[in-house]
Design a protein around this ligand. Structure first.
Ligand code: BV8
Ligand code: ZN
Length: 253
C-alpha cells in the first residue's frame, strides 16, 4: 500500500494526534458492527430500537440478554492489529488522544490508556436507579455467545434492576468525556477516523471539529467516504491492515 508523502510527513510531525474509532476497528476481532450485531433472537429487531431506555423498560430480559451476548463475545475474542497499531502510535507521537464510540475494551486490552468512551462500556454495568456499579463475572464464556433472554441482576445496594453501562439513543453522553474529546479535536494537528460511518451524533462532531479547526483528517474505512475537500484524506481498507502499514511507512522506513 502506497501512502502520500505529505500525509506521512504530517503524521510524523504532528504535535497532537486524535484517533477516533467506531465499530469498524473491532470488526477484524470478529465483533459485528452495530448494525450487524443483531443475529439469532434479535435478528427481527432494529438496533436503534433495542439500544434505548424504552426497550429496557419494556423488556429488560430481551435487552439484558443482548448486551450479555455481546459482552461474552468481547470476552471471547482479542484485540486485532488495528488496536495494537493505535497503542503503538501513542509511543511515536508527542501526544495522542484516543476517542472511541465502541463499548468493548479491546483498545485497553491492546495497551491503550486513558481511552475516552463516548458511548460507555459493556464492562461497567450499573444500577438503573442508584447508579451503583455492578461487578460482573469476567471469565470468558464456556459456551458460544448465543442469544437468549436473561433477567438482569438486581443491585445489591437498593434492589433495582442493573442496566448495561452504555449510552442509549436519547441519552446524554458523559459530559466530561465529550468535552475532553471536543477539546482534543479542536487542538490536534491530525485526526485519524477509523471504522466509523459517522452517523451518530454528537460523537460524529469530533472529526468535524478537527477539520474546522484546521487539522488534517484521515478516514480509514473499506467503504468510500464522502470527503469535505482540502484537508480530508481517505485510506481505503481494513483498519487491521492499513494502520500497521501506515505506522511502518511513517516511522520505520
Ligand atoms: C443524544 C452504545 C440527546 C449502545 C451507541 C436525527 C438526526 C440527528 C441525530 C438524531 C436524530 N434523532 C436522534 C438523534 C440523536 C441520536 C443519533 O445520532 N441518531 C442517529 C442514528 C440519527 N443520538 C443520540 O441519541 C445520542 N444522544 O443525542 O442525546 C439528548 C440531548 C440532551 C439531553 C438528553 C438527550 C446517543 C447516541 C449513542 C447511542 N449509543 N452505542 C450500544 O452499543 O448498544 S451508538 C452505536 O452506533 C455505536 O456505539 C456506534 O457509535 C454507532 C454506529 O454503529 P455502527 O454503524 O455499527 O458502527 P460504525 O458507525 O462505527 O460503522 C461501522 C463502520 O466501520 C462502517 O463505516 C464500515 O464501513 C466500517 N468498517 C467495517 N469493517 C471495517 C471498517 N472500518 C475499518 N476496518 C474494518 N475492518
Ligand atoms: Zn441501586
Amino acid at each position: 500500500m502506497q501512502f502520500d508523502q505529505t500525509l506521512l510527513t504530517r503524521l510524523r510531525e504532528a504535535r497532537h494526534v486524535v484517533v477516533f474509532t467506531g465499530a469498524g476497528v473491532s470488526a477484524e476481532s470478529g465483533i459485528a458492527t452495530f448494525r450487524d450485531a443483531l443475529s439469532g433472537l434479535w435478528s427481527r429487531f432494529d438496533p436503534m430500537q433495542l439500544a434505548t431506555p424504552e426497550a429496557f423498560e419494556d423488556d429488560p430480559e430481551l435487552v439484558w440478554g443482548w448486551y450479555e451476548a455481546r459482552r461474552m463475545q468481547v470476552l471471547g475474542t482479542s484485540p486485532n492489529p488495528g488496536h495494537s497499531a493505535i497503542a503503538e502510535l501513542a509511543k511515536r507521537v508527542p501526544r495522542l488522544t484516543l476517542v472511541t464510540q465502541n463499548v468493548d475494551d479491546l483498545h485497553e486490552r491492546a495497551g491503550s490508556v486513558d481511552v475516552l468512551h463516548l458511548h460507555g462500556s459493556l464492562h461497567q454495568p450499573r444500577c438503573s436507579l442508584c447508579a451503583e456499579p455492578f461487578r460482573m463475572s469476567a471469565e470468558p464464556p464456556t459456551e458460544p455467545a448465543e442469544g437468549r433472554r436473561l433477567a438482569p441482576p438486581r443491585c445489591e445496594h437498593c434492589g433495582a434492576k442493573v442496566r448495561p453501562g452504555v449510552v442509549w439513543f436519547g441519552e446524554s453522553l458523559p459530559f466530561d468525556t465529550l468535552e475532553a474529546a471536543f477539546s482534543a479535536a479542536a487542538d490536534c494537528d491530525l485526526l485519524l477516523s477509523v471504522g466509523t460511518s459517522g452517523v451518530v451524533y454528537p460523537a460524529a462532531q469530533v472529526p468535524e471539529i478537527a477539520l474546522s479547526s484546521g487539522a488534517t483528517v484521515v478516514h480509514i474505512n473499506p467503504q468510500p467516504q464522502a470527503l469535505g475537500g482540502g484537508n480530508e484524506w481517505l485510506l481505503t481498507g481494513a483498519a487491521g491492515k492499513v494502520l500497521p502499514l501506515l505506522l511502518q511507512a511513517a516511522f520505520d522506513e
